[in-house]
Ligand binder design. Structure first.
Ligand code: GRF
Length: 207
């Protein structure tokens, strides 16, 4: 299966996918495109280092959001990708891209949805909110993407302990290492194997 990975930042989740295509559970998966919302994203260096084609598409560089959305959908189509993986991608996708890839876009979010998610909950913020609420477990969620932030069907979740002395940064690192870098490649595997169905906004996994 061919996939496109959308990024905005450091790209550690992209790296986890790349590593699994080289020597892990995604050996038959090809990353045909890395699309970044920022020209300075370190994820672009990671793509280049692995010989993966990349493109930067910023809404601000287009005459309208509609045009940006149309060209993005075209770009993914041209790449041949069958699945779009949002791996730390910070922009909200346009309606054309979302409808063209309906049920074929997944996102990783660093909390157990429906906690600490929605507009504005990105980067370190879900972890700050988790500590402020005093939860004892947090984690990560892979979900399908629709027009609204973090509301699509939940595919996979994994929890991690919240420890008494955690700072947001320490919690973020634990959740990346123990949860995100594991469930995002696993979600791609399950979809590639045709083990996921969606009915009435619920994702079902048949192992
Ligand atoms: C991750 O915590 C991811 O869950 C969130 O943004 C962060 C991106 O990290 N959506 P990276 O760019 O993959 O290192």
């Amino acid at each position: 299966m061919k996939i496109a990975v959308f990024v905005s930042g450091g790209g550690t989740n992209l790296q986890a996918i790349i590593d699994n295509t080289k020597d892990g559970i995604l050996k038959d998966i090809e990353i045909v495109l890395v699309l970044s919302s920022s020209p300075s994203a370190y994820a672009l260096t990671r793509a280049a280092d692995s010989g993966i084609p990349s493109v930067v598409m910023r809404a601000a560089d287009y005459p309208s959001r509609e045009q940006w959305d149309t060209e993005m959908a075209e770009c993914v189509k041209k790449s041949g990708a069958e699945l779009i993986v949002l791996a730390g991608y910070l922009s909200l996708l346009g309606p054309k891209t979302v409808s063209m890839y309906s049920n074929r876009i997944i996102n990783i979010h660093p909390s157990l949805i429906p906690s600490f998610c929605g507009a504005g909950m990105y980067g370190i913020k879900p972890h700050k909110a988790a500590l402020a609420r005093g939860v004892k477990v947090s984690g990560a969620t892979v979900h399908f993407v629709n027009e609204n932030y973090d509301e699509g069907p939940i595919l996979l979740q994994k929890s991690a302990e919240v420890l008494p002395d955690d700072t947001p940064e320490v919690l973020q690192k634990r959740i990346m290492e123990q949860c995100e870098w594991k469930i995002l490649p696993k979600a791609i595997r399950l979809i590639a194997d045709g083990k996921v169905t969606i009915d009435n906004n619920i994702a079902y996994v048949r192992e």
